[in-house]
Design a protein around this ligand. Structure first.
Ligand code: NCD
Ligand code: ZN
Length: 344
């Protein structure tokens, strides 16, 4: 196959940052995706509806006039978030999920939740009025090995949440393991998962073999080859619980290439070509449109997009860097080739 046309996809997990940095990256997403769930972990997190409204306005202002991209906003959950705030967020029509970061799990998560019991009333409200809970599924206990943190989160916390709040819609974000795939498959249809391009492309050798590769470091960290294959199988399976979420997370080059390099892979400019290529390699291009364009919208009870995108098979080299405010950001597959290109 040399050309593929499918419904324009959405990105159900995206970090856009803010101000000049946001303006540098947002068009890379808007080029491929109609909508995106915008994560609230700014350095001053999006704790409230009001902050989300202001952030949304800044994003819309940064877009080119001819762009139909629609940011779908989220709120950052803390132990102090109230049920009243959840109701107001839902009524606004602009908030599509509440994001749970276990405190300390990842970039800008210090103000996240340290005890899930504190959120009981909020979870019940979300369950009742239909607000999805988006979860960064990793424990933060220092004694738990970093490669086991997703698995332990599922065992210790997620399995409890799905039992306690059976009608709550939960998205286990950026799944990385066979354990996560099996858990999500075993749950009701209220539990789904996003899958990134990098977690179906890379395994942990890609971080550590041939010299440390900071631009492949993200959280949850990429896992074994068997895990990568399990996550890829889930993505290409046609099971509507699994849908596209890039977790594209730009950091300035110096913040990545540093003694304590930041977690996050910048994939916006290449994510869709990579997904297509990986589905093609598995002989599963027929499952791409469901994964990329239908299942996420269905899960979030939003309409499917009407417009289409066409990709042609044509090799191109990925730029080594993109401008990022006053610095630059190194994308996934920098200076390497991708096989599929948007037909303009
Ligand atoms: C994300 C970021 O940089 O905001 N980093 C990452 O490694 N994925 C946060 C997150 O989603 O964990
Ligand atoms: Zn993320």
């Amino acid at each position: 196959m040399n050309q593929i046309t499918f419904t324009k996809p959405d990105d159900w997990h995206l970090h856009l940052r803010d101000e000049k940095q946001m303006a540098s990256v947002v068009m890379h997403t808007a080029k491929y995706y109609k909508r995106a769930i915008v994560m609230p972990n700014l350095s001053n997190p999006v704790f409230t509806l009001e902050l989300a409204q202001q952030y949304r306005e800044r994003i819309l202002k940064a877009l080119r006039d001819d762009t139909a991209f629609e940011p779908l906003m989220t709120i950052y959950l803390t132990g102090d978030t109230s049920s009243q705030q959840i109701v107001e967020a839902k009524d606004s029509g602009i908030i599509h999920a509440v994001k749970l970061y276990p405190a300390g799990a990842t970039t800008n998560s210090a103000r996240g939740v340290s005890n899930l019991d504190q959120c009981d009333a909020v979870f019940r409200t979300m369950e009742k009025i239909g607000v999805p809970l988006s979860i960064h599924g990793e424990v933060t206990d220092s004694e738990i090995d970093i490669f086991d943190r997703e698995k332990v989160f599922i065992e210790k916390h997620l399995s409890v949440l799905v039992k306690r709040y059976p009608d709550l819609k939960i998205i286990l974000e950026h799944i990385t393991t066979k354990d996560a795939v099996q858990f999500v498959e075993s749950c009701s249809n209220n539990v789904g998962a996003t899958i990134t391009a990098h977690h179906i492309l890379l395994n942990r050798n890609n971080i550590l073999v041939g010299g440390i590769q900071p631009h492949h470091f993200c959280l949850p960290v990429v896992k074994t080859e068997a895990d990568r294959q399990a996550v890829l199988n889930a993505a290409t399976s046609g099971n509507p619980k699994f849908f596209l979420g890039t977790d594209s997370a730009p950091h300035a080059r110096q913040e990545k290439e540093s003694a304590t390099g930041k977690a996050g892979i910048y994939s916006s400019p290449v994510s869709l070509p990579i997904y297509i290529e990986m589905f093609e390699r598995e002989n599963k291009l027929d499952q791409l449109e469901g994964f990329a364009s239908f299942f996420g919208a269905d899960f979030y009870s939003l309409p499917r997009n009407q417009e289409t995108v066409t990709f042609k098979k044509e090799e191109s080299t990925v730029p080594g860097r993109y401008d990022y405010a006053n610095d630059y950001v190194v994308p996934l597959k920098a200076n390497e080739t991708v096989q599929w290109k948007l037909a303009e």
